[in-house]
Design a protein around this ligand. Sequence first.
Ligand code: NAD
Ligand code: DAU
Length: 341
Amino acid sequence: MNILVTGGAGFIGSNFVRHLLAAHPEHSIVNLDKLTYAGNLENLTDVEHLPGYTFIRGDICDRDLIGSLDFDAIVHFAAESHVDRSILDSSPFLQTNVIGTATLLEAARERCCRMLHVSTDEVYGSLPQGLFTEASLISPNSPYAASKASSDLLVRAYHETYGMDLLITRCSNNYGPYQFPEKLIPLVISHALQGKTIPVYGDGQNVRDWIHVADHNRAVDLVFHHAKAGDVYNIGARNEQKNIDIIKTLLAVIAKKTGRDREGLFRLITFVKDRPGHDRRYAIDPAKIETDLSWKPEIPFDQGLSDTVAWYLENRSWWERVISGAYLEYYRLQYGERFGG
Ligand code: NAD
Ligand code: DAU
């Protein structure tokens, strides 16, 4: 199969490309990515030369471009993904997440091909108690979540209307290598290593349900290969953590690995004004994917966090180049122009 992976230069997408090339050498991959600020070709330097891998710089809203590509199935990661940015300006979120997904659905309709839409637990909104199941109400609270919910509803509607072979996965918070350092875990690690303050929104008691990106991608792989048309799967590792606890755990791991003073690192913690519309709690019930597809997360949280800290320590130049903007130079060398933004 020739698989179109969208957003394969981002955090989860680049980990998925690497996973798929290793786990399914029988497939070839076309990675279509616009290379926004979040897309980084340096995430893929170890696999970009492999046969069966092609990179195309382009926009998922570009119908003609997508029509010109050769593929038999789509795994769709591309999105504007950061909640804080959606609060400042929702327009790129509506364009990419809604119009872009609709454009891909039309391309999939033309070719009658399978498309897996990678969604998020944020479409369900905030949960006072219990767990999100696939039947939970869609109730998004941020412009980002609303744009993802809109794209989910389009996928559902295309399946119902045209009988298309479409799938949706809704995963909880991912962490692991190559995550852009605007998201909580890499932000805490990179700030701690630079001696910068660590902003905690509100009272720090908000709960997220964390999963290692490799466990998420194994689940996406299983759904893509084995689920039936129209299926929706929640993906989560039954791992609820309060933000403040995760921050303290990370700082303790950093202190242990680097020999820095733990109390000094803890003094970097700074409580700041809350994120508007900040969801209090997410928690996923992954029973359906566990039962139907025998999926289980394999990476215990303590191990995953420790490995992630180790990765950011060993790959300091990767995140320093992201923070300084130097990673955009890689594109200039490849394409003879400067872009990003
Ligand atoms: P990311 O921001 O790291 O990467 C997004 C990628 O999409 C980037 O490479 C970017 O260049 C590309 N992109 C953006 N707009 C594009 C466009 N118009 N055309 C082509 N490419 C475009 O995001 P991520 O954290 O890797 O998330 C990937 C997907 O997984 C998203 O759909 C997100 O909603 C979903 N998701 C993320 C998480 C999480 O915790 N990060 C959890 C559940 C679901
Ligand atoms: O649940 C899945 C979602 O997880 C994905 O759909 C999103 O793409 C992804 O960005 C993530 O959204 P969150 O808003 O949960 O992630 P973020 O890393 O931005 O924040 C995690 C929690 O930490 C949240 O409660 C806000 C808080 N936070 C975040 C940052 C960046 C802070 O307290 N301080 C910070 O500086």
